[in-house]
Design a protein around this ligand. Structure first.
Ligand code: DGL
Length: 269
């Protein structure tokens, strides 16, 4: 089937995290329409088995294909790390899939950093996906990875810019593995929400990298290459969640300002 540039971009995550990437796409590509799916019923993905993440990711991708998306962005690092290869094998040729790990590791490849810190969920860190992708570019890299599993529930519960979140950030990032890093990859799309606090923890001395802008640029380049960049007017963005959480709505409004079109949908049964 021939794709049209006016078709939407599908984006999914386990919850609010992918909104950080969706927001960056909205800023860089204002003509594009977005269909976002937050799998709030199964959040967090970070401590689930690869089998479950693959199952959820396939269902959501199928849903976004039915919604006629021209490309689908897996805006969740855990799903990118644990399910992306399965998705590509399963939906091969049907849809172009993009993950959030490759654009960031390619970006790092253009820099001079040697000691690279990565934080993420247990699923992402234990998969070694960042380390593998980084070392494929340069075997000399020293990659220091740390799972920071409390960050996602903390953010989803709205603990941001307060004593609780500062204490949790300090407790994780004081780990000795984080001592001499030159840059820190936020390997979870929820973490840009606390990026300022993390940067402050490091006394603004290191480059803290979040995937939003980098992934948006990457998406722009592949849409341009395929002649699928929309030049017309965008449609209203659509937001779907699998369970209603007031926090999702709050954060979505924070990123997308106007009244958002939020719908709950259940396709698990
Ligand atoms: N935002 C997601 C990620 O990038 C998932 C967090 C979670 O659900 O545990 O990994």
């Amino acid at each position: 089937m021939k794709l049209l540039s006016s078709q939407p971009i599908g984006i999914f995550d386990s919850g609010v995290g992918g909104l950080t990437v969706a927001h960056a796409i909205r800023q860089l590509l204002p003509q594009e329409s977005i269909i976002y799916f937050g799998d709030t019923a199964h959040l967090p993905y970070g401590d689930k088995s690869a089998k479950s993440i693959i199952y959820y990711s396939k269902k959501i991708t199928g849903f976004l294909i039915k919604k006629k998306c021209k490309t689908i962005l897996v805006a969740c690092n855990t799903a990118s790390a644990l399910a992306f290869t399965d998705l590509v094998n399963f939906f091969d040729k049907k849809i172009q899939l993009v993950n959030v790990i490759d654009p960031v590791t390619k970006y790092i490849g253009k820099s001079n950093y040697k000691k690279i810190g990565v934080i993420g969920t247990k699923g992402t860190i234990n998969s070694g996906a960042y380390e593998k992708a980084l070392k494929k570019n340069n075997a000399e890299y020293e990659v220091l990875s740390l799972a920071t599993p409390l960050f996602v529930p903390m953010i989803e519960e709205g603990f941001i810019y307060d004593d609780i979140s500062n204490a949790i950030i300090r407790s994780y990032l004081s780990d000795k593995s984080m001592k001499n890093i030159e840059t820190l990859i936020l390997g979870c799309t929820h973490y840009p929400i606390i990026k300022n606090q993390i940067t402050k923890f490091f006394n603004f001395n290191i480059d803290v990298i979040d995937s939003g802008r980098i992934v948006a640029e990457f998406l722009k380049s592949i849409l341009t290459e395929r002649n699928l960049l929309n030049t017309g007017k965008s449609q209203k963005d659509q937001f779907y969640i699998s369970d209603f959480t007031p926090f999702f709505e709050k954060i979505a409004k924070m990123f997308f300002e106007d009244a958002i079109n939020l719908k709950k949908i259940d396709f698990w049964n």
